[in-house]
Design a protein around this ligand. Structure first.
Ligand SMILES: [Zn+2]
Ligand SMILES: [Zn+2]
Length: 243
């Protein structure tokens, strides 16, 4: 496992309606697990977001980024870095977007009415890293599996919430299409999750764009571990850095 670990797929309450853990719970958990940083990837306006559908686009964007902004405020004291991500959705097919900030979303209200493939193309043109989340997830509310091999850079080949079979299929898919292999937890419950996954490297990432570029150039590795292994790695790191 690389020395610097990042959670790439994480939900916080109240912005993600389905999340059970607050920003604070998550920062505390990942700090204790020895992570250098977390990406907050809440469900976007097209997903399970905790705001009324009647709110204006701007109100929704302000609400959407409120958990991320709270996390940025807390990050210094919490001792862990916070990065911005977004999870957009199209009827059970989800995409993780990295490298676009609140200003970009405020400037692009047209995405609310776009075909998903057009929206993904616009985001890609704007420099985003795009990963299809858990591409082979099956669930009662998902009508069928849908893939967008020409509109993403990569796929989650390890999603710590999915079955080995679903992850194996995702890996076959990524390998067959030459897509980047990516990993994340999809954590909705902070420390209550027994398995974790994410991306790691040997030097700390600087910001979202740096992360996106490194992933695109294959300079980061995927990892998966149990909650206990993450805590043990945290201990080792601390011991290793003592003089
Ligand atoms: Zn969710
Ligand atoms: Zn998610």
């Amino acid at each position: 496992m690389g020395k610097y670990r990042y959670e790439t797929h994480m939900h916080t309450s109240p912005v993600s309606r389905c999340a059970k853990a607050s920003v604070r719970d998550n920062l505390e958990f990942y700090k204790n697990a020895g992570y250098d940083g977390v990406f907050i990837t809440n469900h976007f306006l097209d997903g399970n977001i905790g705001i009324s559908p009647d709110a204006s686009y701007e109100e929704k964007i302000n609400f959407y980024f409120s958990d991320y902004e709270e996390a940025v405020r807390l990050s210094g004291k919490a001792g862990i870095k916070v990065f911005c991500g977004v999870e957009i959705s199209n009827r059970g097919t989800d995409f993780l977007i990295y490298g676009l900030g609140k200003d970009w979303y405020l400037a692009h209200p047209e995405i609310a009415d776009m075909e998903k493939s057009d929206e993904l193309a616009l985001m890609m043109d704007s420099g985003a890293l795009i990963i299809q989340a858990h591409p082979f997830r099956e669930a009662g509310y998902i009508d069928h599996i849908r893939l967008y091999p020409r509109h993403v850079h990569g796929a989650e080949v390890i999603n710590a919430c999915r079955t080995d079979f679903e992850n194996r299929m995702a890996k076959l898919y990524a390998q067959s299409y030459g897509l980047l292999e990516f990993a994340g937890t999809d954590n909705h419950v902070a420390g209550a999750r027994p398995f974790l996954a994410g991306m790691c490297c040997d030097t700390p990432i600087k910001d979202e764009r740096d992360f996106a570029e490194r992933v695109k150039h294959g300079e980061m590795s995927i990892f998966a571990c149990t909650n206990d292994q993450a805590a043990a790695a945290a201990d080792n790191n601390t011991k290793g850095s003592r003089p």
